[in-house]
Design a protein around this ligand. Structure first.
Ligand SMILES: Cc1cc2nc3c(=O)[nH]c(=O)nc-3n(C[C@H](O)[C@H](O)[C@H](O)COP(=O)(O)OP(=O)(O)OC[C@H]3O[C@@H](n4cnc5c(N)ncnc54)[C@H](O)[C@@H]3O)c2cc1C
Length: 497
């Protein structure tokens, strides 16, 4: 009896939010911030690693309590078992093919009409159902606002995405843009939610994005890039029709082939439309994503920071690890060039942590958001922020809708901001996306899947480090930049690392 009471008390304490998270910010005002000086870069990094272990311990303790006390409903347990079964060895290929076929073909959906409610139920935790096309689309987007309000009530921020892959026709691209425009227009009319953050993909914003990087045809490249820029400008113009409204547009990052073009377009749109691209407080309304699994990701962050410094803005960067690993490696092998992706997972993790440090050490030029489900990476960000005396509420984590619910609750309860990335849209457009989530959750090596089973062993031990000759050599870049910026805060040359 007493043990049960104590357990309930612990659960209640864990649920207490220590700060109002999520709803309060898309971006804080770009006021100059100073970072405390450090005694020596090496000592600072050792202290951060010690704090990381403490933070990790705190996360694990809170998670353990939640995982033990929050028994999922029977239907959720059943769904998890069915997802695992569908992704089990011999069945996985067939399940993936079925989801893709149902997603791509209206005929297949009609023929298998009896199976669709089941498919919908299986995918429902990962996709928010909204009809984004057709006559009712304008009314339907309003349902997203009730979801945003509900999640704000739970201390979560939201970034809405129109789920789906590349637009397969010019009409699909127009529908995609219309969805975002309607969302922004309705938000401006709607008083129930304080902010609107959306994420979009350039491959869906225009049809045939490959034309924007086709080196054999400069005229097509120009035309395609102009089309992308004018689509983004139109959305920014809609957002600016009420300059006081908190509206933010994030350009998701896709394949490596589009990376430089995406970053160039982002910079050009901001440079060419300075007043549309900033809100009443001077914050950029447009942001980008950097993938830490890329060898040149740290260089891109440094360049974006320099660009932002020249323009007296903070560049909003969501740091992810990267979702196209297999594709990038296959493509590089096909084209007989070095893979743009690190050869080893610990190198990706080490680079992620290095970039986290660099971003937090440059708060006047970079507005970071840390998107990861990995509790070790999360603990590192918390430790860095604490050692740099940055307020918890200014540290924004991001996670996907339907993934790692208990981790989100723990992060919010610890006082940090958490934003959920919500893929919204019709079932058909979301099926491939749902298939990717099924695969992740059923992969027994996946860090998130292990965390959700209460297995935290992958996160303990020594900090991730670059390994292998190639990764070690390319990994020197972020380590050098990090030391440089730490030395900037420590002008005493005797403490050189
Ligand atoms: C809110 C949100 C938004 C996102 N937006 C984007 C986006 O715009 N673009 C995008 O590409 N992804 C995006 N992602 C997905 C993200 O890139 C990761 O794929 C996903 O979050 C898993 O990484 P993790 O840190 O959560 O988990 P972890 O398990 O710690 O890391 C898994 C990741 O490590 C890397 N990795 C795995 N194996 C290896 C290996 N052998 N060698 C080198 N690296 C390896 C891969 O990037 C893999 O995804 C987003 C994720 C979130 C949560």
């Amino acid at each position: 009896m007493i043990r049960t009471a104590i357990k309930i008390l612990i659960v209640m304490l864990c649920m207490l939010p220590t700060a109002q998270a999520g709803s309060s910010e898309i971006h804080s005002a770009p006021t100059a911030r100073s970072i405390p000086s450090v005694d020596s870069p090496n000592l600072f990094l050792r202290q951060v690693e010690n704090s990381t272990m403490w933070k990790l311990g705190a996360i694990e303790k809170r998670l353990q309590v939640r995982l033990e006390s929050e028994e999922p409903a029977f239907s959720d347990q059943l769904r998890t078992k069915l997802i695992r079964l569908s992704m089990w060895g011999p069945l996985a290929g067939f399940s993936q093919w079925t989801l893709e076929t149902l997603g791509d073909s209206a005929t297949a959906r009609r023929l298998l009409f009896f199976a669709m409610p089941f498919v919908k139920w299986m995918s429902s935790p990962f996709i928010f159902p909204v009809e984004t096309e057709g006559a009712d689309a304008a009314k339907e987007v309003n349902t997203a606002f009730s979801l945003i309000s509900k999640l704000h009530g739970q201390g979560l921020g939201v970034s809405l995405d129109n789920v789906g892959d590349a637009s397969l026709s010019p009409q699909e691209a127009l529908n995609y843009r219309l969805y975002y425009r309607t969302l922004i227009e309705n938000f401006i009319e709607n008083e129930s939610t304080p902010e609107l953050a959306v994420s979009l993909k350039l491959s869906a914003l225009v049809h045939n994005l490959k034309r924007a990087v086709d080196k054999t045809d400069p005229a097509r490249v120009r035309a395609s890039r102009n089309e992308i820029k004018s689509a983004l400008k139109e959305l920014l113009k809609t957002a600016s029709s009420d300059r006081n409204k908190r509206i933010f547009i994030r350009i998701d990052m896709e394949e490596y082939a589009f990376k430089d073009m995406t970053l160039e377009i982002f910079r050009e749109v901001v440079e060419e439309n300075p007043s549309l691209a900033t809100d009443a407080e001077g914050n950029l309304r447009l942001g980008v994503v950097i993938q830490a699994y890329l060898r040149d990701s740290a260089k891109d962050v440094v360049e974006l920071g320099k660009w932002a410094a020249k323009r007296h803005v903070r560049v909003p960067i969501r740091l992810v690890k990267g979702a196209y690993l297999v594709h990038e490696r296959e493509q590089a092998a096909k084209e007989n060039r070095q893979s743009p992706v690190w050869n080893y997972k610990p190198s990706t993790d080490a680079n992620y942590e290095g970039i986290c440090g660099y971003m937090l050490l440059n708060p006047n030029t970079i507005e970071p958001a840390f998107a990861t489900h990995n509790i070790r990476s999360i603990a590192r960000v918390m430790a860095l922020a604490e050692n740099l005396e940055l307020p918890k509420k200014d540290i924004e984590f991001q996670m996907l809708y339907g993934m790692g619910g208990p981790i989100k609750k723990v992060i919010v309860a610890m006082g940090y901001s958490m934003r959920e990335y919500i893929p919204a849209g019709s079932l058909a457009r979301g099926l491939k996306y749902a298939g990717r989530r099924f695969r992740e959750l059923s992969n027994s090596d996946n860090a998130l899947a292990r965390t959700m089973r209460g297995d935290f062993s992958f996160a303990s031990g020594s900090p991730p480090a670059f390994i292998g000759e190639e990764d070690l050599k390319d990994g020197e870049y972020i380590q050098k930049r990090l030391n440089e910026v730490l030395m900037r805060n420590n002008p005493d040359p005797r403490t050189k690392p």
